[in-house]
Ligand binder design. Structure first.
Ligand code: HEM
Length: 320
Protein backbone atom coordinates (compact mmCIF):
# COMPACT_ATOMS: atom_id res chain seq x y z
CA UNK A 1 0.00 0.00 0.00
CA UNK A 2 1.13 3.63 -0.06
CA UNK A 3 3.68 4.87 -0.77
CA UNK A 4 4.08 3.07 -4.11
CA UNK A 5 7.83 2.37 -4.34
CA UNK A 6 8.37 2.42 -8.12
CA UNK A 7 6.57 5.70 -8.76
CA UNK A 8 7.78 9.10 -7.63
CA UNK A 9 5.13 10.72 -5.41
CA UNK A 10 3.90 14.02 -6.84
CA UNK A 11 5.30 17.28 -5.49
CA UNK A 12 1.90 17.87 -3.93
CA UNK A 13 1.84 14.57 -2.05
CA UNK A 14 5.46 15.02 -0.99
CA UNK A 15 4.60 18.45 0.40
CA UNK A 16 1.56 17.11 2.31
CA UNK A 17 3.70 14.35 3.88
CA UNK A 18 6.37 16.87 4.77
CA UNK A 19 3.84 19.19 6.43
CA UNK A 20 2.48 16.26 8.43
CA UNK A 21 5.97 15.44 9.75
CA UNK A 22 6.92 19.05 10.42
CA UNK A 23 3.77 19.88 12.41
CA UNK A 24 4.40 17.01 14.84
CA UNK A 25 8.10 17.84 15.13
CA UNK A 26 7.29 21.45 15.95
CA UNK A 27 5.01 20.26 18.80
CA UNK A 28 7.94 18.37 20.32
CA UNK A 29 10.38 21.31 20.10
CA UNK A 30 9.39 24.10 22.49
CA UNK A 31 11.96 26.47 20.94
CA UNK A 32 10.03 26.21 17.67
CA UNK A 33 6.70 27.20 19.25
CA UNK A 34 7.00 31.02 18.79
CA UNK A 35 6.14 31.60 15.14
CA UNK A 36 8.86 34.24 14.53
CA UNK A 37 11.56 31.87 15.81
CA UNK A 38 10.15 28.92 13.86
CA UNK A 39 10.19 30.93 10.62
CA UNK A 40 13.94 31.50 11.05
CA UNK A 41 14.70 27.79 11.56
CA UNK A 42 15.47 25.26 8.80
CA UNK A 43 12.23 23.41 9.65
CA UNK A 44 10.29 26.66 9.49
CA UNK A 45 11.66 27.43 6.05
CA UNK A 46 10.78 23.93 4.83
CA UNK A 47 7.28 24.41 6.27
CA UNK A 48 6.80 27.69 4.38
CA UNK A 49 8.08 26.06 1.18
CA UNK A 50 5.77 23.02 1.53
CA UNK A 51 2.76 25.29 2.24
CA UNK A 52 3.58 27.28 -0.89
CA UNK A 53 3.76 24.08 -2.99
CA UNK A 54 0.36 22.87 -1.72
CA UNK A 55 -1.33 26.26 -2.10
CA UNK A 56 0.00 26.93 -5.60
CA UNK A 57 -1.03 23.44 -6.78
CA UNK A 58 -4.63 23.98 -5.64
CA UNK A 59 -4.74 27.58 -6.85
CA UNK A 60 -3.61 26.41 -10.27
CA UNK A 61 -6.38 23.78 -10.50
CA UNK A 62 -9.02 26.32 -9.43
CA UNK A 63 -7.79 28.98 -11.85
CA UNK A 64 -7.78 26.59 -14.80
CA UNK A 65 -11.33 25.52 -14.01
CA UNK A 66 -12.45 29.12 -13.57
CA UNK A 67 -10.99 30.01 -16.97
CA UNK A 68 -12.72 27.05 -18.62
CA UNK A 69 -16.02 28.11 -17.00
CA UNK A 70 -15.55 31.69 -18.29
CA UNK A 71 -14.62 30.44 -21.77
CA UNK A 72 -17.60 28.12 -22.09
CA UNK A 73 -20.17 30.16 -20.18
CA UNK A 74 -22.41 28.89 -17.41
CA UNK A 75 -24.90 26.92 -19.52
CA UNK A 76 -22.35 25.23 -21.78
CA UNK A 77 -20.29 24.38 -18.71
CA UNK A 78 -23.27 22.63 -17.11
CA UNK A 79 -24.04 20.82 -20.37
CA UNK A 80 -20.41 19.72 -20.72
CA UNK A 81 -20.95 17.78 -17.48
CA UNK A 82 -23.92 15.83 -18.74
CA UNK A 83 -23.47 12.17 -18.05
CA UNK A 84 -20.69 12.81 -15.54
CA UNK A 85 -21.21 14.17 -12.08
CA UNK A 86 -19.74 17.49 -11.08
CA UNK A 87 -16.84 17.35 -8.72
CA UNK A 88 -16.18 19.35 -5.57
CA UNK A 89 -14.41 22.24 -7.35
CA UNK A 90 -17.22 22.52 -9.95
CA UNK A 91 -19.81 22.76 -7.18
CA UNK A 92 -17.86 25.46 -5.36
CA UNK A 93 -17.31 27.42 -8.60
CA UNK A 94 -21.04 27.43 -9.29
CA UNK A 95 -22.14 28.04 -5.67
CA UNK A 96 -23.92 31.33 -4.97
CA UNK A 97 -25.33 32.80 -1.76
CA UNK A 98 -28.84 34.29 -1.53
CA UNK A 99 -27.52 37.61 -2.93
CA UNK A 100 -25.95 35.88 -5.94
CA UNK A 101 -22.35 36.27 -4.70
CA UNK A 102 -19.93 33.54 -5.75
CA UNK A 103 -16.89 32.27 -3.83
CA UNK A 104 -13.48 33.80 -4.57
CA UNK A 105 -10.65 31.63 -5.93
CA UNK A 106 -8.96 31.90 -2.50
CA UNK A 107 -12.12 30.65 -0.74
CA UNK A 108 -12.40 27.70 -3.13
CA UNK A 109 -8.70 26.82 -2.78
CA UNK A 110 -9.00 26.93 1.03
CA UNK A 111 -12.01 24.56 0.94
CA UNK A 112 -10.25 22.23 -1.49
CA UNK A 113 -7.09 22.15 0.68
CA UNK A 114 -9.15 21.39 3.81
CA UNK A 115 -11.00 18.53 2.17
CA UNK A 116 -7.85 17.10 0.58
CA UNK A 117 -5.98 17.24 3.86
CA UNK A 118 -8.84 15.99 6.07
CA UNK A 119 -10.44 13.56 3.69
CA UNK A 120 -7.70 11.77 1.81
CA UNK A 121 -4.96 10.57 4.13
CA UNK A 122 -7.43 9.86 6.94
CA UNK A 123 -9.44 7.46 4.80
CA UNK A 124 -6.28 5.91 3.33
CA UNK A 125 -4.94 5.29 6.85
CA UNK A 126 -8.29 3.86 8.04
CA UNK A 127 -8.43 1.56 5.06
CA UNK A 128 -4.83 0.37 5.29
CA UNK A 129 -5.14 -0.52 8.99
CA UNK A 130 -8.53 -2.16 8.39
CA UNK A 131 -7.09 -4.47 5.71
CA UNK A 132 -4.13 -5.15 8.01
CA UNK A 133 -6.46 -6.12 10.89
CA UNK A 134 -8.47 -8.39 8.60
CA UNK A 135 -5.21 -9.97 7.37
CA UNK A 136 -4.18 -10.58 10.99
CA UNK A 137 -7.54 -12.21 11.76
CA UNK A 138 -8.47 -14.51 8.87
CA UNK A 139 -11.59 -15.81 10.65
CA UNK A 140 -13.08 -12.30 10.86
CA UNK A 141 -12.03 -11.72 7.24
CA UNK A 142 -13.86 -14.90 6.23
CA UNK A 143 -16.98 -13.83 8.14
CA UNK A 144 -16.97 -10.49 6.27
CA UNK A 145 -16.51 -12.36 2.97
CA UNK A 146 -19.51 -14.60 3.68
CA UNK A 147 -21.60 -11.57 4.58
CA UNK A 148 -20.66 -9.81 1.31
CA UNK A 149 -21.16 -12.94 -0.84
CA UNK A 150 -24.58 -13.43 0.74
CA UNK A 151 -25.48 -9.80 -0.04
CA UNK A 152 -24.27 -9.96 -3.66
CA UNK A 153 -25.66 -13.45 -4.37
CA UNK A 154 -27.52 -13.63 -7.68
CA UNK A 155 -26.49 -10.19 -8.94
CA UNK A 156 -25.07 -9.73 -12.42
CA UNK A 157 -22.67 -7.03 -11.40
CA UNK A 158 -20.73 -7.29 -8.17
CA UNK A 159 -21.08 -3.71 -7.02
CA UNK A 160 -22.11 -2.25 -3.70
CA UNK A 161 -25.13 0.06 -3.94
CA UNK A 162 -25.98 2.83 -1.48
CA UNK A 163 -28.83 0.75 0.04
CA UNK A 164 -26.41 -2.15 0.66
CA UNK A 165 -24.35 -0.16 3.13
CA UNK A 166 -26.75 -0.79 6.00
CA UNK A 167 -26.78 -4.53 5.25
CA UNK A 168 -23.19 -5.24 6.19
CA UNK A 169 -23.42 -5.38 10.00
CA UNK A 170 -20.40 -7.60 10.66
CA UNK A 171 -18.16 -5.74 8.18
CA UNK A 172 -19.23 -2.48 9.86
CA UNK A 173 -18.24 -3.90 13.26
CA UNK A 174 -14.83 -4.85 11.85
CA UNK A 175 -14.38 -1.30 10.49
CA UNK A 176 -15.33 0.29 13.81
CA UNK A 177 -13.01 -1.98 15.76
CA UNK A 178 -10.19 -1.10 13.38
CA UNK A 179 -10.91 2.64 13.81
CA UNK A 180 -10.78 2.03 17.58
CA UNK A 181 -7.49 0.14 17.56
CA UNK A 182 -5.84 2.25 14.87
CA UNK A 183 -7.60 5.64 14.82
CA UNK A 184 -6.35 7.56 11.74
CA UNK A 185 -6.50 10.85 13.68
CA UNK A 186 -4.83 10.18 17.02
CA UNK A 187 -5.65 13.46 18.79
CA UNK A 188 -7.59 16.70 18.44
CA UNK A 189 -7.06 20.03 20.19
CA UNK A 190 -9.32 22.72 21.56
CA UNK A 191 -8.69 26.14 23.04
CA UNK A 192 -10.87 26.65 26.14
CA UNK A 193 -13.09 29.68 25.68
CA UNK A 194 -14.03 29.60 29.38
CA UNK A 195 -12.72 28.01 32.58
CA UNK A 196 -13.52 24.28 32.54
CA UNK A 197 -14.13 22.65 35.94
CA UNK A 198 -13.17 18.97 36.00
CA UNK A 199 -14.97 16.43 38.16
CA UNK A 200 -12.07 16.20 40.59
CA UNK A 201 -12.24 19.92 41.29
CA UNK A 202 -9.29 21.00 39.17
CA UNK A 203 -9.89 23.76 36.63
CA UNK A 204 -8.50 24.19 33.11
CA UNK A 205 -8.19 27.97 32.74
CA UNK A 206 -9.74 29.87 29.84
CA UNK A 207 -7.33 30.35 26.93
CA UNK A 208 -5.42 27.08 27.43
CA UNK A 209 -5.10 24.76 24.42
CA UNK A 210 -5.88 21.15 25.37
CA UNK A 211 -4.87 18.09 23.40
CA UNK A 212 -7.41 15.25 23.61
CA UNK A 213 -6.01 11.84 22.84
CA UNK A 214 -8.33 9.76 20.66
CA UNK A 215 -5.73 6.97 20.71
CA UNK A 216 -5.59 7.09 24.52
CA UNK A 217 -9.39 7.05 24.87
CA UNK A 218 -9.62 4.06 22.52
CA UNK A 219 -6.99 2.19 24.57
CA UNK A 220 -8.33 3.04 28.02
CA UNK A 221 -8.64 -0.36 29.77
CA UNK A 222 -11.44 0.98 32.04
CA UNK A 223 -13.62 1.38 28.94
CA UNK A 224 -12.12 -1.22 26.62
CA UNK A 225 -10.97 -4.41 28.44
CA UNK A 226 -7.84 -5.90 26.78
CA UNK A 227 -7.58 -2.79 24.60
CA UNK A 228 -4.83 -4.21 22.35
CA UNK A 229 -7.03 -7.11 21.22
CA UNK A 230 -8.86 -6.73 17.89
CA UNK A 231 -12.38 -7.88 18.66
CA UNK A 232 -15.16 -6.59 16.35
CA UNK A 233 -17.79 -8.07 18.67
CA UNK A 234 -17.19 -5.15 21.02
CA UNK A 235 -19.44 -3.28 18.60
CA UNK A 236 -22.32 -5.77 18.55
CA UNK A 237 -25.61 -4.26 19.68
CA UNK A 238 -25.63 -6.01 23.04
CA UNK A 239 -21.97 -5.26 23.80
CA UNK A 240 -22.39 -1.58 22.89
CA UNK A 241 -25.26 -1.05 25.30
CA UNK A 242 -24.42 1.23 28.20
CA UNK A 243 -21.11 2.38 26.69
CA UNK A 244 -20.69 6.15 26.55
CA UNK A 245 -20.82 7.56 23.00
CA UNK A 246 -17.62 9.41 23.96
CA UNK A 247 -15.72 6.11 24.34
CA UNK A 248 -15.41 5.75 20.55
CA UNK A 249 -14.45 9.01 18.86
CA UNK A 250 -12.47 8.36 15.65
CA UNK A 251 -14.28 11.29 14.04
CA UNK A 252 -14.00 13.43 17.19
CA UNK A 253 -17.17 14.41 19.05
CA UNK A 254 -19.70 17.14 19.61
CA UNK A 255 -22.67 18.38 17.61
CA UNK A 256 -21.56 20.56 14.68
CA UNK A 257 -22.48 24.21 15.09
CA UNK A 258 -23.49 23.69 18.73
CA UNK A 259 -21.71 25.22 21.71
CA UNK A 260 -18.08 24.14 21.31
CA UNK A 261 -19.17 21.38 18.96
CA UNK A 262 -17.05 20.22 16.05
CA UNK A 263 -16.45 16.88 14.46
CA UNK A 264 -15.71 15.31 11.10
CA UNK A 265 -18.03 16.58 8.39
CA UNK A 266 -17.06 13.65 6.16
CA UNK A 267 -17.71 10.79 8.57
CA UNK A 268 -20.71 9.24 6.77
CA UNK A 269 -18.86 9.47 3.46
CA UNK A 270 -15.74 7.96 5.06
CA UNK A 271 -17.73 5.04 6.52
CA UNK A 272 -19.34 4.47 3.11
CA UNK A 273 -15.93 4.46 1.40
CA UNK A 274 -14.50 2.03 3.96
CA UNK A 275 -17.47 -0.32 3.62
CA UNK A 276 -17.39 -0.36 -0.19
CA UNK A 277 -13.63 -0.94 -0.44
CA UNK A 278 -13.55 -3.51 2.38
CA UNK A 279 -16.55 -5.41 0.99
CA UNK A 280 -15.29 -5.54 -2.60
CA UNK A 281 -11.74 -6.39 -1.53
CA UNK A 282 -12.69 -9.36 0.66
CA UNK A 283 -15.19 -10.49 -1.99
CA UNK A 284 -12.40 -10.75 -4.57
CA UNK A 285 -9.17 -11.37 -2.65
CA UNK A 286 -7.70 -13.15 0.31
CA UNK A 287 -5.67 -10.64 2.30
CA UNK A 288 -2.56 -11.94 4.03
CA UNK A 289 0.18 -10.42 6.14
CA UNK A 290 3.57 -9.98 4.50
CA UNK A 291 5.70 -11.76 7.10
CA UNK A 292 8.87 -10.07 5.83
CA UNK A 293 7.49 -6.58 6.34
CA UNK A 294 5.73 -6.11 9.68
CA UNK A 295 4.28 -2.58 9.94
CA UNK A 296 5.86 -0.05 12.26
CA UNK A 297 3.38 2.51 13.50
CA UNK A 298 4.30 6.09 12.74
CA UNK A 299 1.99 8.46 14.60
CA UNK A 300 2.09 11.78 12.82
CA UNK A 301 -0.94 13.99 12.38
CA UNK A 302 -2.35 10.83 10.86
CA UNK A 303 -1.56 7.30 12.06
CA UNK A 304 0.73 6.02 9.32
CA UNK A 305 3.08 3.08 8.91
CA UNK A 306 6.77 3.69 8.36
CA UNK A 307 7.56 2.83 4.67
CA UNK A 308 3.91 1.98 4.04
CA UNK A 309 1.77 -0.92 5.13
CA UNK A 310 2.55 -4.05 3.12
CA UNK A 311 0.02 -6.82 2.59
CA UNK A 312 -0.39 -9.69 0.16
CA UNK A 313 -3.54 -9.99 -1.94
CA UNK A 314 -4.39 -13.31 -3.53
CA UNK A 315 -7.27 -13.42 -6.04
CA UNK A 316 -10.03 -15.80 -4.96
CA UNK A 317 -10.59 -18.70 -7.38
CA UNK A 318 -13.84 -17.28 -8.84
CA UNK A 319 -12.12 -14.10 -10.04
CA UNK A 320 -8.64 -15.45 -10.79
C1 HEM B 1 -11.62 7.41 8.26
C2 HEM B 1 -11.66 8.62 7.75
C3 HEM B 1 -11.70 9.91 8.54
C4 HEM B 1 -11.39 10.15 9.85
C5 HEM B 1 -10.90 9.17 10.90
C6 HEM B 1 -11.62 11.57 10.08
C7 HEM B 1 -11.44 12.20 11.31
C8 HEM B 1 -11.59 13.56 11.50
C9 HEM B 1 -11.33 14.23 12.75
C10 HEM B 1 -10.88 13.55 14.04
C11 HEM B 1 -11.55 15.55 12.55
C12 HEM B 1 -11.33 16.66 13.56
C13 HEM B 1 -12.57 17.20 14.15
C14 HEM B 1 -12.26 18.00 15.36
O1 HEM B 1 -11.41 18.88 15.34
O2 HEM B 1 -12.91 17.71 16.34
C15 HEM B 1 -11.97 15.73 11.18
C16 HEM B 1 -12.30 16.95 10.60
C17 HEM B 1 -12.68 17.08 9.29
N1 HEM B 1 -12.89 16.08 8.36
FE1 HEM B 1 -12.58 14.12 8.68
N2 HEM B 1 -12.05 12.15 8.92
C18 HEM B 1 -12.13 11.17 7.95
C19 HEM B 1 -12.56 11.32 6.65
C20 HEM B 1 -12.98 12.50 6.10
C21 HEM B 1 -13.49 12.66 4.74
C22 HEM B 1 -13.66 11.51 3.74
C23 HEM B 1 -13.75 13.98 4.56
C24 HEM B 1 -14.29 14.71 3.36
C25 HEM B 1 -15.01 14.16 2.43
C26 HEM B 1 -13.42 14.66 5.80
C27 HEM B 1 -13.55 16.01 6.00
C28 HEM B 1 -13.27 16.67 7.17
C29 HEM B 1 -13.32 18.12 7.33
C30 HEM B 1 -13.69 19.13 6.25
C31 HEM B 1 -12.95 18.38 8.67
C32 HEM B 1 -12.84 19.73 9.32
C33 HEM B 1 -14.16 20.05 9.95
C34 HEM B 1 -14.13 21.41 10.62
O3 HEM B 1 -13.29 22.24 10.28
O4 HEM B 1 -14.97 21.63 11.49
N3 HEM B 1 -12.97 13.73 6.70
N4 HEM B 1 -11.98 14.50 10.55
Amino acid sequence: MSPVPHRQPSEYIKAILELSTLVVRRHHRPLHHPTWLYRLSADGRRFTQACATVHSFTADVVQRRRQALRRLGHQAWLESHQGRSMDFIDLLLLAKDEDGNTLSDEDISAEADTFMFEGHDTTASGLAWLLYNLARHPHYQERCRQEVHELLKGRDVEEIEWEDLSHLPFTTMCIKESLRLHPPVTAVSRRCTEDIALRDGRVIPKGIICLMSIYGTHHNPDIWPDPQVYNPLRFSLENSQGRSPLAFIPFSAGPRGGHGGRNCIGQSFAMAELKVVAALTVARFTIRLDAGRPPRRKPELILRAEDGLWLLLEPLPEVA
